[in-house]
Design a protein around this ligand. Sequence first.
Ligand code: NAI
Length: 399
Amino acid sequence: MIIESKIDGVVARTCHPFGCKKALDDQISYIKAATPIVDGPKKVLILGASSGYGLASRIALAFGGSRADTIGVSFERPPSEKGVGTAGWYNNIFFREAAEREGMTAKNFVGDAFSPTLRQDVIRYIQEEFGGSVDMVIYSLATGVRPDPETGEKLRSVIKPIGKSVSGATINLEHDRLDEITLSPASEQEVADTVRVMGGEDWQDWIGALNSAGVLAKGCETLAYSYVGPSFTYDIYHDGTLGRAKDHLHASAETLTRKLRPIGGHAHVAVCKALVTKASVFIPTFSPYICALFKVMKAKELHEGCIEQMHRLLVEKLYSEAGVVTDEDHLIRLDDWELRPDVQAEVADILDKVTSENFKNLTDYAGFKHDFMALNGFDLQGVDYTADVDITALTALRP
Ligand code: NAI
């Protein structure tokens, strides 16, 4: 079958398996050519390993000098009569194949990371087949829903401002246009639920379960990802429901560091740059900011994608000669280049002038769209999109 891109609003309905492989191989090539990680972890569990920052972390730790064996947990769909499956499904398969070719272990668990059964399966695998412990746990889940661990009731996160409405333009990738939207303020319940879905509670639960089972190695580090952004995005992010969840995540790092003290462990939060991922295109009114940011950062040769960010994190901030590099709030700042005053001044200038007519010229909409297509295996050089894809053969591949 010939696979074509299909987008509904900001959601990709198809993916190209061999394009996904090409995007993965490109990240592997980048990291192999970059400065190697020295004294990095060797046994790593990544929650949210199949795309975005979690996948880039996994690639960097396996192929970037540390040669880490990895366990990846993700929620992805295989091919079926209904469709070709999700990009992350193929990322898992092709990552495992690439790692195994180079003699590393790469185990994939595809299922709900919030389920106690899956947690126990991962623990059992660490005990019985992964050498008994992990020395790093990366928490990179991005999701809109989490079952309440006590009641099973589905908690849903929302992306809304708090205390006021916010209006603004947001990109519609399906029609390549800007749509004006108004977001109403979140209710108290919505704020509380978003904190429970996207805050640090589940991170704490995972680390608690792994610690109780005795599968965290001495000195084990755990890491989660956050975002802050410039002040003019505060209404929708930092001061909104997601920002509240991230505040909880930051506080969870302090709690976890205290809990890990007996084994000499440490929890960190890395504040990353705004990038195009399956999760971030969902944030209403945020996309014009990313398009303007890309334009400015590319012109200043400061632009980074997920793999470049994860490389800088590991080499310069976590395993650097100076030790772990944080700000006064104990946060690792990978958004330092994004937040440079000269960058933000130019971004603000562009956003002041953006209209629905001129946004493709004034911003890097082309780069934004390309990154979105590439996430799903499209728009990549060297992939023959006219070639017949044998879905039956792909269906036989296991993660
Ligand atoms: P993503 O959508 O690319 O990846 C999310 C991962 O979580 C995928 O592997 C997915 O399969 C997995 N996942 C979702 N629900 C799951 C479930 N129930 N069980 C198991 N796995 C599940 O997201 P992205 O953007 O890489 O986000 C990761 C973290 O990075 C989030 O905490 C996000 O807030 C943070 N971040 C993202 C930024 C961005 O611009 N994309 C910027 C700064 C931080």
